[in-house]
Ligand binder design. Structure first.
Ligand code: URA
Ligand code: SF4
Length: 198
C-alpha cells in the first residue's frame, strides 16, 4: 500500500491515481469507474457532493448527469465559473442503486477527501447535502443550510444537494439563491486575500 505521509510530494494527480486503483471498500466491486475530484487545483472554492451516480460512473467525472446539469445551471446563474472551482464527492465510487454511502465506506474514503482539501486548500467549501455536511461539520444540516460557518480556518457553506431538487422543485429557487449568496461570500474572500498579499 502506498503511503503519502512519508514524503511531501503528494498531489491532486496522485490522489486521483490512487482513487482509480482503490479497493479500500466494497464500492470498488460495483463501480465501472472511480470518480476522483476535478477542477482547479488552486481553487478558492470547493464543492463537495455525496457520491457518483450512473453517469458519473460511466464517464469517470463528478456531476455530469442530471444533478450535474442542475448544479451547472445554478452556478452559471450565480456567475460562478465551473472551471475555476474544484468539485468532488464524499465517496469516489458509485453505491449500487444510488443508495446512500454507508458509514464505513465514508470512513474508508475520507483520506482522499482530506487530501483534496489539504492540497487544493480552498478558502471556502460548499457542502451539498446532508452526507457532505455530516462528514465535515458538527451540528444539524437544517440549521447550517444557507449559512456560512468558520471551522479549522476555512469557511463552510451548506446547501441542498442538487439531486434533491429533482424530487422537490420548490427547493430550486432556494438552491439558486444559496449559490448567489455563496458567490458573494467568495468574491469578498477573494478581495480579502488580495488585500492580504498586498
Ligand atoms: N451526485 C453526487 O453527489 N455527486 C455526483 O458526482 C453526481 C451526483
Ligand atoms: Fe476506495 Fe473510496 Fe472507492 Fe471505496 S469509495 S473503493 S474507499 S475510492
Amino acid at each position: 500500500m502506498s503511503s503519502y505521509s512519508d514524503n511531501d510530494s503528494d498531489s491532486i494527480l496522485r490522489v486521483a491515481e490512487e482513487v482509480r486503483a482503490c479497493s479500500r471498500c466494497r464500492l470498488a466491486v460495483h463501480r465501472r469507474n472511480a470518480v476522483p475530484g476535478e477542477g482547479s487545483s488552486s481553487a478558492l472554492l470547493m464543492f463537495i457532493g455525496e457520491a457518483p451516480g450512473r453517469r458519473e460512473d460511466e464517464l469517470a467525472r463528478p456531476f455530469v448527469g442530471h444533478a450535474g446539469r442542475i448544479l451547472d445551471d445554478a452556478l452559471s446563474m450565480a456567475g460562478i465559473d465551473r472551471s475555476s472551482v474544484y468539485i468532488t464527492n464524499v465517496v469516489k465510487c458509485r453505491p449500487p442503486m444510488n443508495r446512500r454511502p454507508r458509514r464505513d465506506e465514508i470512513r474508508a474514503c475520507k483520506q482522499y477527501l482530506e487530501r483534496e482539501i489539504m492540497l487544493v486548500n480552498p478558502r471556502i467549501i460548499c457542502l451539498m447535502g446532508r452526507t457532505a455536511h455530516d462528514s465535515l461539520l458538527y451540528g444539524q444540516f437544517r440549521e447550517h443550510r444557507g449559512a456560512c460557518v468558520e471551522h479549522n480556518g476555512r469557511l463552510f457553506f451548506t446547501t441542498y444537494h442538487p439531486a434533491s431538487i429533482i424530487y422537490n422543485a420548490r427547493l430550486k429557487d432556494v438552491f439558486i439563491s444559496d449559490m448567489i449568496r455563496l458567490k458573494g461570500i467568495a468574491s469578498a474572500a477573494r478581495i480579502n486575500s488580495i488585500n492580504k498579499v498586498d
